[in-house]
Design a protein around this ligand. Structure first.
Ligand SMILES: Nc1ncnc2c1ncn2[C@@H]1O[C@H](COP(=O)(O)OP(=O)(O)O)[C@@H](O)[C@H]1O
Ligand SMILES: [Mg+2]
Length: 222
């Protein structure tokens, strides 16, 4: 593994809170400046299909690898050559997701704002903490509140995460049509609220050291 934190795994215990959406937004927004490899560990292959059928931006290497053994080796080898390896996972009960969390320099846990969603986010955080202890190293983890609406529900979710001692990012993503459209159009609009939110998310991840600020010099972006 290089000097930078280079493997960012997106995980949650169940489908639906926005893992693939976050991967798409990060990959599409960072591809012009960093060498991004996105690994699709979800057997449903939503990320890979998006990359093949819809994505239109600067090159991103997207590889589907749902097999946990091959994934473990692939993450390690891509971490040596990419600026950032994003790993999109299925919910757990899926061994590749556990491998992706164990191999991560950091784990991002998207969560919706419902009471059950916060409980699911907590499960994911506890699993990452356990994996980190087992590996006797730190694996930093943060919740990203997704599909936030200006309601008391989102504030309640934030308060609940705080009460449970669950770390979360200050950045949140709103419930916006633009994120859903990205799935079909292959790009995130360059202006407007979604662009501003993704920029704020990236800035915060950079502050944490989860995303490199510069591309490594020796990399030639294909
Ligand atoms: N912030 C958002 N605003 C609007 N729609 C969203 C947002 N995040 C996710 N979605 C939609 O929610 C659905 C599930 O998101 P997805 O990223 O596939 O979740 P996961 O990968 O965790 O299963 C998709 O249809 C996606 O377009
Ligand atoms: Mg997904």
């Amino acid at each position: 593994m290089g000097v930078f934190m280079s493997v960012l795994t997106i995980a949650s215990s169940k489908g639906g809170p926005g893992k693939t959406t976050v991967c798409q937004a990060l990959a599409a927004s960072l591809a012009g400046e960093l060498r991004i490899v996105a690994l699709d560990a979800d057997p449903t292959q939503a990320l890979s299909r998006w990359a093949t059928n819809a994505y239109e931006g600067p090159p991103v290497e997207v590889l589907a690898e749902p097999d946990e053994t091959r994934l473990a080796h692939l993450i390690a080898s891509k971490a040596d050559t990419a600026d950032l390896v994003l790993v999109d996972t299925a919910g757990f009960g899926n061994r590749a997701a556990t491998v992706a969390m164990t191999s991560a320099d950091a784990v991002l846990v998207p969560s919706l704002s419902g009471e059950a969603d916060v409980t699911e986010a907590e499960k994911t955080i506890r699993l990452v903490e356990g994996l980190a202890r087992a590996a006797r190293r730190e694996i930093p983890v943060r919740v990203l509140l997704n599909r936030v609406r200006r309601t008391t529900l989102a504030r309640h979710a934030a308060a609940e995460l705080k009460a449970a001692g669950l770390p979360r990012l200050a950045a949140t993503l709103s419930d916006l049509v633009a994120y859903g459209e990205m799935t079909y159009s292959g790009r995130l609009s360059a202006s407007g609220q979604s662009a501003a939110e993704v920029a704020a998310l990236i800035a915060e991840l950079r502050e944490l050291g989860w995303i490199p600020v510069f591309a490594l010099q020796q990399h030639v972006i294909p």
